[in-house]
Every structure is written in C-alpha cells, then in structure tokens.
Design a protein around this ligand. Structure first.
Ligand code: HEC
Ligand SMILES: [Cu+2]
Length: 328
C-alpha cells in the first residue's frame, strides 16, 4: 500500500500560501474589507469591534476548515469496500468539554468587548452643549437645518471636535443616514424622530450614502459631510443663515433635488427635459410644481421655507430661462 502520510501537510501548505497571498490584497487600501479610517471616536469604536470579531471568526474559520481537510484526507476509505464499516471512534470527554466551553468563552469575550465599546458611543459626545442639527430625509436628498435656520442640501458642514446631536426624520419613506467614517447608521422613518450623537475629530470631507432602498433614485441619494475648523464653520453658518437671495442655496438645491431626476443641465433623465420649459418663467406655476408635485413628480419642496423656494426659483430662472445661459 502507498504511504499517503505527507499529503495532509501539502494541503495545509497550499491553504496557508493561498491565505498569505490573498491577505495583503484584501487589506490594502481598504478595498472594501475594512471600515474606512475613522473620523470620530464612535467610528473608531465600531472599527475596533469589527477587527476583533473578524480576527476571532477568521481564526475559527481556519481552524474548522483545516481540521475538515485533514480529517477528509486522513480518514478516507483507502479502498475499503462500501459494505464494510470503517474504524469506530468513541467520544473524547475532554475534547467535548473543550468545544463546549471554548465557544462560551469566545462569545463572552465578544459580548464584553462590544458592550464596553458601545457604552462609549454617545458618551464621547455627551459632555457640554451640543450643536443641534436636523436631518430631514426626502426622496432623494438630505436637507440639513442648522440652529440659526440655515439650510443646506446633501452637503452637511460640521465643526471640528464639537459634539453634534443630529435629529433624523423623514419626509416621505424610510431612508437611512450613514456616513461610515463618522460611525453610526440611523434610519430616517416617517412619523418618528431618531437621534445620533457624534464628535468629528478629523478635518476633511466624508462621503455618505442613503442605506435604505427608498425608490428609483436611491443610488443618487449621496451626502458629504465637511468637517471644518470651528471658526470657518461659524462663519459659514452665519453666512448661510441669510437665506433670502442666496443663490448658492438655490444652486445646491437644484443640484441636490431637481438634477437627480431632470439632469444637471435640466436635459431630462427620469423626469422630462425642463431646460426649455416655459413654466420655469412663471413663478406661480413653478412654485406649485415644487410645493405640490405634478403627475408622477413628488412634492419635493413641500416643507421648504419661502427663502429656499425663492432661491431655487431664482437659480432656475437665472440658469435656464431669462438669463439664457445653457446650463451645466
Ligand atoms: C423624484 C424625481 C423628481 C424630482 C426630484 C423633481 N422632478 Fe420635476 N418632474 C419629475 C417627473 C417624473 C415629471 C413628469 C411629471 C408628469 O408629467 O407626470 C416632472 C415634471 C417637471 C416639470 C414639468 C411640468 C409640466 O407640466 O411641464 C417641471 C417644470 C419640473 N418637473 C421641475 C422640477 C424642479 C424645479 C425640481 C426641483 C425643485 C424637480 N422638478 C424635481 C420628477 C422629478
Ligand atoms: Cu433614501
């Protein structure tokens, strides 16, 4: 009979080499395997939890698969006729105790670690006054309202290192607020008010995506969070607070709201071409469409204040109508 004794080792070697070859690729540049670099204490807690669980489950996976392969090879039939029973294996008390107690200990470690990290999620931001910002989710944009009434669309500005309390509501269907680098994912549910507290600790712009399928243009429901030095933030909020005649807000609203369905140049997409629509010249008509919707177009601006509506119409008219410039 040939001696197949060394084969399991070869299997194991292939396995280990494969794992070694794939690991750097998987870990490099955060190619989707790891959470993004954290920009807030809560994001970094969530990342710690992720790595601990990945390490433990990864080790268990290797243990199970390697054992499986070794046993498959070691206890194969070796040409024994099908009718003949193989060697009988009796229980092993210590092993059985170990594989009962082991998982209990591992689960306890995971639970303890998670509770420890999670207990700190909102505590990181619980001391002192918080910046209160409301996030109103709509099909298919995010409207942010700052303490002084300033408004922005899809682009949230936050002050560095200040605790922020986000109040998350929805105007129409379920959406979900999620900016991975800042940690926390909170649903926006009609008729309910949810909260998320965080403290951004890194300057920069972080990307978010609506994480609840909310309709045709769900994929376009992106957000960016710009973390600014406190003085820049204050200057921006103050400037944006004067809403009336603010063409920047009109542009932000057009790009964040209308363009998702009508295209950036109003050329038409899932909504018709509006660039040359004479309605854009009629204040009353276009107000009604924005406030109440028309046909299959939802009432996208039902809850905007008058200034935001005016700014949007001003932008539309300047851009597509009387000014005659050709969009873009
Ligand atoms: C969710 C997608 C969506 C968004 C967002 C949206 N629209 Fe529309 N819009 C449509 C659709 C669809 C129609 C065609 C409605 C119909 O006739 O059934 C339409 C029609 C229109 C019309 C033509 C109405 C007519 O009777 O000729 C205008 C003007 C218009 N939209 C302006 C806007 C403006 C301004 C905004 C941003 C404030 C906006 N839309 C945002 C989907 C959208
Ligand atoms: Cu959404």
């Amino acid at each position: 009979m040939p001696a197949p004794v060394r084969r399991p080792r070869r299997f194991f070697l292939c396995f280990a080499l494969l794992a070694l070859a794939l690991a750097p690729a998987a870990l490099a540049g955060n190619g989707g395997l790891a959470p993004p670099d954290p920009a807030s204490p809560s994001a970094s807690h969530i990342r710690d939890i992720y790595w601990l669980i990945l390490a433990m489950t990864g080790a268990i996976f290797l243990l199970v698969v390697v054992t499986l392969v070794v046993f498959l090879v070691r206890y194969r039939s070796r040409g024994r006729p099908r009718e003949v029973e193989g060697a009988q294996v009796r229980g092993h008390t210590n092993l059985e105790l170990a594989w009962t107690a082991g998982p209990v200990v591992l689960l306890a470690v995971i639970a303890g670690f998670v509770f420890w990290k999670v207990s700190d999620l909102s505590a990181t931001a619980s001391s002192g006054a918080k910046v209160e910002i409301t996030i109103d989710a709509h099909q298919y944009y995010w409207e942010f309202v700052y303490p002084n009434g300033a408004v922005s669309v899809d682009h949230l500005r936050l002050p560095l290192d200040k605790p922020v309390r986000l109040t998350i509501v929805s105007h129409d269907v379920d959406h979900s607020w999620w900016v991975p680098a800042l940690g926390g994912k909170v649903d926006a549910i009609p008729g309910r008010t949810n909260h998320l507290t965080l403290r951004p600790t890194k300057l920069g712009t972080f990307r978010g995506q609506c994480a609840e399928f909310c309709g045709l243009q769900h994929a376009a429901m992106l957000s960016q969070v710009e973390v600014m030095p406190v003085s820049d933030y204050q200057a921006w909020v103050q400037h944006r607070g004067s809403l009336a005649g603010n063409i920047e807000l009109g542009k932000e609203t057009f790009v964040g709201v209308c363009a998702k369905c009508h295209g950036l140049a109003g050329q038409g997409d899932i909504g018709p071409n509006i660039a040359s629509n004479p309605l854009l010249g009629e204040r009353a008509g276009i107000s009604t469409i924005i406030r109440e919707g028309t046909g299959t177009m939802p009432a996208v601006g039902q809850d905007w204040n008058k200034a935001q509506l005016d700014d949007t119409i001003a932008y539309l008219q300047q851009h597509f109508h009387q000014g005659g410039s050709s969009g873009g």
